[in-house]
Design a protein around this ligand. Structure first.
Ligand code: FAD
Length: 512
C-alpha cells in the first residue's frame, strides 16, 4: 500500500470523493480507540452507536471494493490515535497518510502535532459535508464578537436558494418562529406518532466496552434504536417527512410527560446521522422542502422552522466554534463556579421538569432542543454551575454530541458563558415558562405559582436571584430592562423573602 487513509468515527460520508474510485494501493483505516471513547464519560448508547456505524461503514466500503482495515478495541488496546497511525503506516509500508480535516479542535491539534513530528507525507482533505466551505468561516464570523444567526441564515437561504422566490423569501417572511410556540393540549397527545426505532443487537459491543473498562453511563438494552447506516438515515428522514414535518414547528418547543412518545414528539432525531455524516445536510433539507411542496397539509411555518435549524443554526454554530477556538473552551463570563448536582447522573430530583429531561436523556441519550436549553440548561444557568462541568455532561450524554456543535450551544447559547457572542440575552426562565410550554408542573412536588415557602418552585426564586445578581448589565439590554419593573413593585420584605428562598435552594441544591 502506498497510502493510508484515516476515517474518524464522525467521517462516515459515503459520498466523499475518496470513494469514487477503488485503488488497491490505498488502505482505509477505521478504528475503535480507547482514547476516543473516554475523553469524557459517555452515554453507553453514544459509544455503541459510533462503533456500530463505523463497523457498518467499514463493511460497506469493503463491499464496494475498497481495502479496509477495521480495528476494534481488542486490536488497538491502549494506543493513541497518532501511535496507531504510525504503527499502521509502518506495518503496510505506506509513505503517505491522508486525512479528512477533523471537526473537533482536540483531534485537529493531535493530527497537526503528528504531522509536525512524522517523516511520513501527510495530506489533508475536506470532509465534503458542511454547506459553508471551511475557508469562508472568517468571512462570516469574527472571533470574540457577537454574530447573529438570523443574518447568517438569510445569506445561506439566498446562497443555496432554499425557500426563495424571485421576490424574496417564500411567503414574504424569513422567519415564522412566532407561529411555532404551541403547547401540547390533552387532545393533541393521542396523535403523537410512534418514533421509528431500529433494532441493532449490541451485546458484543457492550461486552467489549466492559472488557476494556471504557467508563460509560446511561441505559442500553439488548438493542440500539438509532440509525447507524446511510440506508437507515434515509429511512428516518422519509419517516420524518411523511409523519412529523407536518407538526414540526408547531410543537417544536412543547414538552409533556403524558405520552409514551414524549421523548421524540415531532423531532426528526436525525442529529446522530447528520453529525456522523451518514447523511448530508442538503439531502435532508431538499427532502423536507420537496415534501412541503407535495403535501398541502404542511404549512410554511413548519418547513421554514426545520430548514432554519439545519441551514441556519447547524452551520452557524460550526462557524462560531471554529472562529473562537480554542478560547471558547475557557469562557466563563458569569463566573459560574458551583458543582453539577448529583441528580444530573440519576434523574432523582423532586423537580419534575428536570427529572423528566434527565431520566429521558439517560434512557434514550436524547432530549430535544428546548429540554436541553430551557430545562437542564436553564437550571445550570440560574444556579451558576461551572461551564466545564456543564459542557462535559452535555458532551457525554447526548447521542449527537460532538464538540463543534455541543460547545457553542451549551457554553454559548444556554450558559451565556461567552458573554453574548451567540445569544443576545441569557435564556433565563422561571417556572412560568415551564408551565406555559409543558405539563410538567401539574404533577410536580413544587408549586409553580409560588415564589416563597417550602413548596415554591425553586426556579421562581432562582430566576429572580439571577436577575438581581446580574442587574447592572442585564438592565441595559432593551429586551430585558423592563422585567425589573415587576421586581421593583414588590415590597422590600417580599423581595428579601424571594432572595432568601433562592439562597436556601442553592445551599440545599443536592436535595431539591
Ligand atoms: P430536530 O429538532 O429535528 O432539528 C433538526 C436538526 O437541526 C437537528 O438534527 C440538528 O442537526 C439541527 N439543529 C437544530 N438545532 C440546532 C442547534 N441549536 N445547533 C445545531 N444544530 C441544530 N445538537 C447537536 O447536534 N449536538 C449537540 O451536542 C448539541 N448540544 C446541545 C446542547 C444544548 C445545551 C442545546 C440547547 C442544544 C444542543 N444541540 C446539539 C442542538 C439541538 O438541541 C439538537 O441538534 C437537536 O435536539 C437534535 O435533535 P433532532 O435531530 O431531533 O433535531
Amino acid at each position: 500500500f502506498h497510502t493510508l487513509r484515516l476515517i474518524l468515527g464522525d467521517q462516515l460520508n459515503a459520498n466523499h470523493s475518496w470513494f469514487k474510485q477503488t485503488d488497491s494501493g490505498v488502505l482505509y483505516l477505521i478504528a475503535e480507540l480507547h482514547s476516543e471513547a473516554h475523553y469524557v464519560k459517555h452515554h453507553i448508547q453514544k459509544v455503541t452507536a459510533f462503533f456500530l456505524a463505523m463497523q457498518g461503514f467499514a463493511d460497506a466500503l469493503q463491499q464496494a471494493g475498497h481495502q479496509v482495515c477495521h480495528l476494534t478495541l481488542d486490536d488497538t488496546k491502549g494506543l493513541s490515535l497518532t501511535e496507531l497511525l504510525t504503527q499502521q503506516a509502518d506495518k503496510i509500508g505506506a509513505q503517505t497518510i491522508q486525512l479528512q480535516r477533523p471537526d473537533e479542535y482536540r483531534l485537529l491539534s493531535q493530527l497537526e502535532g503528528f504531522q509536525s513530528t512524522t517523516s511520513l507525507q501527510v495530506e489533508w482533505f475536506d470532509t465534503e459535508h458542511f454547506l459553508l466551505p471551511f475557508a469562508e468561516i472568517p468571512t462570516h464570523f469574527k472571533a470574540k464578537h457577537s454574530v447573529r444567526m438570523e443574518h447568517f441564515y438569510r445569506k445561506m437561504r439566498k446562497r443555496f436558494d432554499v425557500l426563495m422566490t424571485e421576490e424574496g423569501p417564500e411567503g414574504g417572511q424569513w422567519n415564522y418562529d412566532a407561529n411555532n410556540r404551541n403547547k401540547l393540549k390533552k387532545q393533541d397527545l393521542a396523535d403523537i406518532p410512534q418514533p421509528l426505532c431500529f433494532q441493532h443487537p449490541v451485546d458484543d459491543i457492550v461486552a467489549r466496552l466492559h472488557q476494556h473498562q471504557v467508563p460509560c453511563f446511561g441505559q442500553i438494552g439488548s438493542h440500539l434504536s438509532w440509525p447507524v447506516t446511510r440506508r437507515e438515515a434515509h429511512q428516518l428522514l422519509d419517516y420524518f417527512c411523511q409523519h412529523l414535518l407536518v407538526n414540526f414547528g408547531r410543537f417544536q418547543d412543547a414538552m409533556t410527560d403524558q405520552s409514551e412518545h414524549a421523548w421524540s414528539l415531532y423531532h426528526s432525531r436525525l442529529s446522530f446521522a447528520l453529525n456522523s455524516k451518514l447523511i448530508h445536510p442538503m439531502t435532508v433539507i431538499q427532502a423536507a422542502v420537496s415534501q412541503f411542496h407535495q403535501d398541502p397539509q404542511i404549512d410554511l411555518a413548519q418547513i421554514e422552522g426545520f430548514v432554519r435549524q439545519i441551514l441556519g443554526w447547524r452551520e452557524y454554530v460550526r462557524g462560531m466554534y471554529w472562529i473562537n477556538m480554542p478560547d471558547y473552551r475557557q469562557q466563563n463570563a458569569l463566573d459560574a463556579q458551583r458543582d453539577l448536582p448529583e441528580y444530573f447522573w440519576t434523574g432523582e430530583t423532586k423537580m419534575n421538569c428536570l427529572s423528566q429531561a434527565i431520566h429521558q436523556s439517560l434512557d434514550f441519550a436524547y432530549a430535544h432542543h428546548i429540554q436541553r436549553l430551557m430545562v437542564t440548561g436553564n437550571f445550570c444557568l440560574l444556579t451558576g454551575i461551572e461551564p466545564q462541568q456543564v459542557d462535559d455532561w452535555y458532551l457525554g450524554i447526548y447521542i449527537d454530541a460532538i464538540e463543534w456543535v455541543e460547545l457553542p450551544n451549551t457554553r454559548g447559547m444556554s450558559q451565556f458563558a461567552d458573554g453574548g457572542w451567540i445569544a443576545s440575552k441569557p435564556y433565563a426562565a422561571s417556572g412560568s415558562y415551564m408551565n406555559k410550554m409543558s405539563d410538567y408542573c401539574t404533577s410536580c412536588h413544587y408549586k409553580v405559582k409560588e415564589k416563597t415557602g417550602e413548596q415554591a418552585c425553586p426556579l421562581n426564586s432562582l430566576y429572580w436571584r439571577f436577575m438581581v445578581k446580574h442587574r447592572d448589565w442585564l438592565s441595559k439590554n432593551p429586551r430585558i430592562g423592563m422585567i425589573y419593573g415587576n421586581w421593583d413593585k414588590q415590597t422590600p420584605d417580599q423581595r428579601q423573602a424571594v432572595l432568601d428562598r433562592a439562597d436556601w435552594c442553592l445551599q440545599e441544591i443536592e436535595s431539591l
